[in-house]
Write a protein that binds this ligand. Structure first.
Ligand SMILES: NC(=O)c1ccc[n+]([C@@H]2O[C@H](COP(=O)([O-])OP(=O)(O)OC[C@H]3O[C@@H](n4cnc5c(N)ncnc54)[C@H](OP(=O)(O)O)[C@@H]3O)[C@@H](O)[C@H]2O)c1
Length: 304
């Protein structure tokens, strides 16, 4: 038997349970991956909390949980050409990722895992890495830019900040005080969020801002507009439509962008802090912590 995280009705983390089911097998064009690590993302809990949100992701309970996974291919279906048994991979499968096995299409969200990348870090990359690089590329960050990044120490923010630094931008990131030294160590100028944000942002970059990546909500879009950032150079993943701001993220990322972010992390040029690794059985606790809203980097579940 194999274990899978599932939920049968909407609610808080109490609706999550571990089901024991027959291991699935891949169909034509599919692979079975023996999962070694799953990154957790806010979208996962938004789906099991809320029917409206779930509808946007095609999630109808009873169903599985999560998107991110890393593991080893242990069965391949008919016609698969790019992967073989034993390959280490990183990928995404909406509402089916968390558990001992995941079935994924060969041409789905999937990329080889570089050997240097440990399992928890690899498993943490799909949503956060894909979203970060899609957002950075959309606003076209480069030398001469001063970029505002909100929730800079969170899963998406911490990767986006480092990509922008690598592309030559000056990066100012909002975070709680406890993350300020950490952000400085990445070459990011930290600023506390909350009342007085715009003033502090002005002080941090007196020359002004040319672009912004919002990872938290309307207040950072408001701040960016007040600081003179043109609407088309704001990418929001947390306040789409607010004052006309738009954004792209995980669904729009390309295979090439995914591979690039994986390579940069494997090379140590982008750091992804893993705040904690939980065994699968403690998945409720892991999501409770994520929902607390102050994780540095990522939380990961492992089916040990
Ligand atoms: N559309 C997409 O493709 C897509 C993809 C990924 C994520 N998202 C959405 O984007 C958001 C961020 O995702 P994530 O994975 O980065 O989440 P996360 O890792 O849970 O983000 C946590 C971060 O939020 C920061 N934060 C908390 N309160 C804040 C505030 N008032 N102002 C600014 N920052 C604050 C925290 O900073 P401190 O710890 O420093 O307090 C923490 O670092 C979520 O809403 C998620 O659903 C969308």
């Amino acid at each position: 038997m194999a274990r899978f995280a599932r939920f049968d009705r909407f609610g808080g983390t109490e609706v999550l349970y571990i089901a024991e089911l027959d291991p699935p097998h891949p169909g034509p064009g599919q692979l079975r991956v023996r999962v070694r690590a799953n990154g957790l993302n806010p979208a996962d809990y938004k789906i099991f909390h809320d029917a409206e949100h779930a509808k946007n992701y095609g999630a109808v309970p009873p169903t599985g949980v999560g998107f991110d996974f890393a593991g080893e291919v242990d069965e391949v279906g008919e016609g698969v050409t790019r992967y073989t048994v034993g390959d280490a991979v990183i990928g995404g499968k909406r509402n089916e990722a968390i558990g001992d096995f995941v079935i994924v299409d060969e041409d789905g969200v999937l990329t080889p895992k570089p050997q240097r990348l440990d399992w928890p870090t690899a498993g943490a990359l799909p949503v956060a890495g894909r979203t970060a690089i899609a957002a950075v590329d959309r606003v076209g960050v480069g030398p001469g830019d001063t970029l505002l990044v909100s929730a800079a120490a969170g899963g998406v923010g911490v990767i986006a900040c480092q990509l922008a630094v690598l592309r030559g931008a000056t990066v100012v990131g909002t975070a709680s005080e406890r993350n300020h030294d950490f952000l400085r160590s990445l070459g990011v100028i930290p600023v506390a969020y909350g009342d007085g944000l715009v003033e502090r942002l002005r002080d941090a970059a007196p020359g002004g801002y040319t672009a912004a990546l919002d990872n938290h909500g309307p207040e950072s879009v408001d701040a960016a507009l007040e600081l003179g950032v043109p609407l088309e150079r704001i990418n929001t993943i947390a306040a789409r439509g607010h004052r006309g701001a738009q954004g792209i993220g995980n669904p729009q990322a390309t295979d090439e962008q995914f591979a690039e972010v994986v390579r940069l992390v494997a090379e140590g040029r982008v750091v992804v802090p893993i705040e904690a690794v939980y065994p699968l059985e403690r998945i409720r606790e892991a999501y409770d912590r994520l929902e607390g809203g102050h994780v540095r980097g990522k939380l990961v579940v492992v089916p040990e």
